[in-house]
Design a protein. Sequence first.
Length: 511
Amino acid sequence: MAPTLTLKPGTAWADAWQRCRAIAPEAFRDDRVLNLWAAQWRPDGRALPATSPVDGTPIAGPPRLDAPTAQQAVRASLDQHRAWRHTPLAERGARVGATLDALTEHRELLALLLVWEIGKPWRLAQADVDRAIDGVRWYVENIDAMVDGRTPLAGPVSNIASWNYPMSVLVHAMLVQALAGNAVIAKTPTDGGVACLTLASALAVREGIPVTLVSGSGGELSEALVRSPEIGCVSFVGGRDTGARIATAVTDIGKRHILEQEGLNTWGIWNYSDWDALSTVIPKLYDYGKQRCTAYPRFVVQRALFDQFLAAYLPAVRKVRTGHPLAVEHPEDALPELDFGPLINAAKAKELGDQVTEAIDRGAVPLHRGSLADGRFLAGQDTGAYLPPVTLLNPPPSSPLFHAEPFGPVDTIVLVDTEAELLAAMNASNGALVASLSTDDPETYARLAPQIRAFKVGRGKARSRGDREELFGGFGASWRGAFVGGELLVRAVTEGPAGERLPGNFPQSYA
């Protein structure tokens, strides 16, 4: 009989909200967050209702601005930028360092907000906060050499990012951009993270960091946040459709840009025998329900090895743990160790479930289907945003699961007989951020890896976005504009010598 679970005391949304109001009353008002522009927190914008994917609890929604107000915010950010870019580097470093100290002080609250707003399990939510703090500290320690001979951009950096990594991607980028001498603008993701970003921004603003934080629909704010002449650089993380529209806009006007887009990251299996190593990796690939830009949802497997692959894969995937991230058996228990909780919302869970059903109807073979009955949930809780792991063999070409990243706990497997088929299947999405190839022969890896269209290719191990000095980018349609990571992130948001061409993925005509 499954134990009866309860919400761990002190972790309710109401508890987190009251702590936010006590720490940053200027940014949190009654039941809503405020927008931040022209160095003031403002009760403008229409606050949308929102619920937590964890269990349907009502939470704070984004206060959406209209286009004219967003344009005012951009102009005000330019004024901040013109002052901040002349602030001595030592002072900028001290202010960013003080911000990191404040984020460290409130680390657990920031992580708890991530649990409620985007459904991250506790371990992963803490890791998201820690990666932001530790990553920016590395830049503070090494910034002098990175900006030597370089100057801030002519205008602020505009950040439009997806909801899945508010701290380790978005806040990290914002603080490095500010450290390099730029004012920063961030649009809160529509699907979640507004309270976490609001608290982090409030702590940064107190230390004098020139942050603008606004909410709104992409269509409404795009003209201001992408096309405005005041903007010095556009930094985007998200899907290919939106990224393609932004890419068209910024390349037409020659604006600096960093556009990280999705790709179908693949894991190839060819002439391989270390199945124990693979079975250890499989559960780890389900971190956060594969709602990551560097998730691996596609396995391309040599047909002759398929039986051995399944013998390693299926027991491993059955170990994956899901459930309510804050549910415990006893009040004093530690929060559960889960691989993932809910998807970002019930609509995404339904969409992905429907895609699985449709793919099976059109010929895909279901190899594994998990059950929510095996998860850790509160009695009677809303589980609409949860989807157990699913594995499909040979999804049909007509299915989105064949060519696109599912952004959820769905694996697809494609069988191949030749190296040429292996490479074609691994390159199905015209570029990816990461890929891996498991093969026993080092020479085979050395020969095939360069033909895989991914920015990072691992041999028998997963690749990640990376931290500190590790570079990051994408090939094909998975990336547009300047590469980032390490020194390249600073170079992407500063001006260098005349005629400098930044490392990146640019159209041939881009100057």
